[in-house]
Design a protein around this ligand. Structure first.
Ligand SMILES: *Cc1c(COP(=O)(O)O)cnc(C)c1O
Length: 421
């Protein structure tokens, strides 16, 4: 459920008409709903009620500081995957002891930044990285809390580009080698081993892969405890999918996911961390765009929008489906017609949807891409010298621009010309 609904024939974000935001900021833009963000956070928080837990929002899904602050004020921690994200979370007011640092390629500088600013834990992804964290911690005279990310070799049954828990993926250490790696970690004075981490992929639409992975984590917890490691925190990653198409079967609900966690791991008495990103932000955001032209091709009509693949890359990158709705509610019974919906970028890949049935549209009409809140704005680029589009946050009947559209001067003046030219 989200808070983007039609009222009196017009699409609203909470209590604000989308057309009013479009008039104020121009198109295209992203708009997020505070109520939806908080609702999704709370679904996870409630799903783990009765267990000691922390929901660490995977901020790579949507990292605007206004979004981070909204979630942090509700009690969320953050999962970061770079030094930049760490600094952004801190800038948004998230305390270091609620920030978890994941990612396969943490550099010495990034590790130093996190150890200096305070960190809840590093999720260590390899033995060389473990040695480096130890060395940096010793140099700074601190002890780094760590978990080791294990790769449970399960098939997440999701898109190949976002599956992370198979043995051929670059993530984590093979679970079969865990004893050896934990023994080494325990011998390093700059590290304190506190738990285990696992994250098997994104946009999972079934519980079974989670169950397989978490069962392996439960077994590993007992094995490592028997080897005298004090395993007291389990970071279970993110990955629960969202319904991108209204017509599809809905993925499992957070409450079912929470029940699975309690069933597979509840008996261990560990603190539970989860790192949802997509499910918190995905359906809390729209990308709104305007029709520039309707072009009749051979046997098909193209809807050419002012938004493009550089603004929302998921269709081009993952063959992803986004429901696209008109901002003016279609008249009941209106005959739909198929369009190829495309952006202006000079690539055939700049196609959002093929032969998508839509009500008849004309230049100037507004459309909204649903489920665009996660992996939308954060993956945008300025390809074709198209400015990064603004982000807007709605809260009840208020809205605020939370990232401005840069001017062409700002973009162009970022280049510097060498002396010889
Ligand atoms: C991307 C990522 C997540 C979030 O995944 P979602 O599918 O957005 O929930 C969580 N943990 C790690 C380590 C990640 O890389």
């Amino acid at each position: 459920m989200d808070h983007f609904l039609y009222r009196d024939g017009a699409l609203y974000a909470e209590d604000v008409p989308i057309s009013e935001i479009a008039a104020a900021v121009g198109t295209p833009f992203y708009v997020y709903s505070t109520a939806t963000l908080l609702r999704h956070y709370k679904l996870f928080d409630d799903a783990l009620e009765g267990t000691d837990h922390l929901v660490c929002y995977a901020m790579k899904a949507a990292s605007n500081q206004a979004i981070l602050k909204t979630l942090a004020q509700a009690g969320a921690g953050m999962d970061v995957v770079s030094g930049g994200e760490y600094l952004r979370a801190k800038a948004a007011g998230v305390p270091g002891d609620k920030i978890v640092f994941s990612g396969v390629g943490k550099t010495v500088d990034e590790i130093r930044t996190a150890l200096t600013g305070g960190i809840r834990q590093f999720n260590v992804e390899s033995e060389p990285e473990m040695e480096v964290i130890n060395a940096v911690a010793l140099e700074l005279g601190v002890v780094a809390p760590i978990t080791v990310r294990v790769n449970p070799d399960v098939d997440a049954k999701t898109h190949a580009k976002i599956a992370t828990g198979k043995s051929e993926n670059k993530f984590g250490i093979p679970i079969a080698r865990a004893s050896e790696v934990y023994a080494r970690a325990a011998s390093l004075p700059g590290l304190e081993v506190i738990g285990i981490d696992v994250h098997i992929g994104s946009q999972l639409t079934e519980l079974e892969p989670f169950e397989l992975a978490y069962t392996k984590v439960a077994e590993l917890t007992e094995r490592l405890r028997a080897e005298s490691h004090d395993i007291r925190r389990l970071d279970l990653g993110g990955g629960l999918g969202i319904p991108y198409a209204r017509s599809n079967d809905a993925p499992p609900l957070p409450v079912e996911y929470g029940a699975l966690i309690k069933k597979t791991l509840g008996h261990l008495g560990c603190e539970i961390e989860i790192e949802p990103g997509r499910l918190i932000a995905g359906n809390a955001g729209l990308m709104v765009s305007k029709v520039i032209y309707v072009k009749s091709g051979e046997g098909r009509d193209f809807l050419i929008l002012d938004g493009a693949m550089n603004d929302l890359i998921r269709p081009a990158m993952y063959e992803a489906h986004h429901d696209i709705v008109t901002v003016q509610e279609p008249v009941p019974g209106v005959e739909q017609q198929p369009y190829d919906i495309v952006g202006p970028v000079c690539e055939t890949g700049d196609t959002f949807a093929k032969q998508r049935n839509m009500p008849p549209l004309a230049p100037g009409d507004l459309v909204a891409f649903r489920s665009a809140g996660a992996y939308g704005a954060v993956m945008a680029s300025e390809y074709n010298t198209r400015p990064l589009i603004p982000e807007v946050l709605v809260h009840g009947d208020q809205f605020a621009v939370i990232r401005e559209r840069p001017s062409f001067d700002e973009i162009i003046n970022r280049d510097t010309i060498p002396v010889w030219l």
